[in-house]
Design a protein around this ligand. Structure first.
Ligand SMILES: *Cc1c(COP(=O)(O)O)cnc(C)c1O
Length: 350
């Protein structure tokens, strides 16, 4: 089969920034080690790209949400370095955990029974300290099937670490009680934002995700965390507009005078949502190219006045520092990354 040409849209992943972000989070974790949340295909960057970089930087604990995410990690890691946050929901899940040697995170008495029934062994245990999402209620810690678990790492998860909320201290106090009552090899509470809350929250292991990939859920991280994911798209066509010409679906932009515009290969099917219509810009080097009109499924149109020499095939940068992009779009930093679609060709380059 003839190979197709490279895609006209791509996502550059900067390995130095990714490794540097992990080192910064590991240092901020104090005596604790930082692991890495790589669920949702490495927050949309591609687990196959981010896992080897993080492994080579020194990460030894990787977390995914679902069992179907495990094979992409097993290609690069020994099974003992992987834990599945959602735990076994079916007997097939438990059998797969045993067969691969990947640790389940047990979240309920029901999951403990499934795991013990399948043969059991080392597992992690997630205790809910106030988020009421996944995890064992502390009142059930003495259930016999929980007491029988061989717990490698005892976890809880912070609900509001990105805010100065009283809930952070409440969850910390409850997690301390739980950790005193239930022996485990290690204890882990903090996500990215939790690391920025200080050493009290670090325990033995931290589980950063978004900040590895350039997100800054708290201002304290802004100085050290660097952008990792850089979207780019090619110009498909350029045209000259006259005053009064309208652009795109529903003609919501009308040219005030003669202007040169570029049609660019990036649309809402790629995760560049309609939220960007009328407020997004593209960059050509340091030149700003404001978007005109609606975002289409596969295209946007940008004002080429600042870079009139550009033409079809030229690459444009999509400004995507997560804090600023979240402010501009109204999307969360997490959504901005995990939305990016499969047509963006991921590649690792410094
Ligand atoms: C996703 C997740 C993390 C990582 O959170 P970030 O806010 O991305 O740092 C940590 N722990 C658990 C249980 C998670 O589900």
């Amino acid at each position: 089969m003839i190979q197709p040409p490279p895609a006209p849209l791509r996502l550059r992943i900067d390995p130095q920034a990714l490794a540097g972000n992990w080192r910064a989070l590991d240092a901020k974790s104090g005596a604790a080690r930082a692991g890495a949340a790589v669920k949702a295909d490495g927050y949309g960057l591609g687990a196959m790209h981010v896992v080897p970089v993080l492994r080579d930087a020194g990460v030894q604990d990787f977390f995914v949400a679902h069992w179907c995410e495990v094979p992409a990690l097993l290609a690069h890691l020994p099974p003992g370095q992987i834990a599945v946050l959602h735990g076994p929901v079916t007997a097939e899940d438990a059998a797969y955990a045993l067969g691969t040697g990947v640790r389940p995170v047990i979240n309920s008495v029901q999951q403990a029974r499934l795991w013990l029934g399948a043969g059991g062994g080392l597992c992690d245990l997630m205790v809910d300290t106030g988020m009421n999402r996944l995890g064992l209620p502390p009142s059930q810690l003495n259930e016999p099937d929980i007491a029988r678990l061989q717990v490698h790492t005892l976890h809880s998860h912070l609900a509001s670490a990105d805010e100065d909320s009283a809930q952070n201290r409440e969850q910390l106090a409850l997690f301390r009680q739980v950790a005193g009552a239930r022996s485990a090899g290690r204890r882990a509470l903090a996500n990215s934002a939790g690391i920025a809350l200080g050493a009290d929250y670090a325990f033995d292991l931290t589980r950063p995700g978004i900040a590895l990939y350039g997100g800054t859920p708290r201002g304290e991280l802004a100085d050290e965390i660097r952008q990792v994911a850089f979207p780019q798209a090619r110009i498909l066509q350029v045209r000259q507009l006259d005053a009064g010409d309208r652009v795109g679906y529903n003609g919501v932009f009308t040219a005030p005078g003669p202007m040169r515009v570029a049609t660019v290969a990036l649309g809402y099917a790629d995760g560049y949502l309609r939220a960007w219509g009328g407020r997004g810009v593209l960059h050509a080097g340091t030149d700003r190219l404001p978007l005109l009109g609606r975002v289409s499924m596969d295209m946007v149109v940008a004002d080429l006045s600042a870079a009139p020499h550009l033409g079809p095939g030229d690459w444009l940068d999509v400004p995507y520092t997560l804090h600023d992009a979240a402010q501009a779009s109204g999307l969360s930093q997490y959504e901005l990354l995990t939305l990016l679609g499969p047509r963006l060709e991921r590649f690792v380059a410094g």
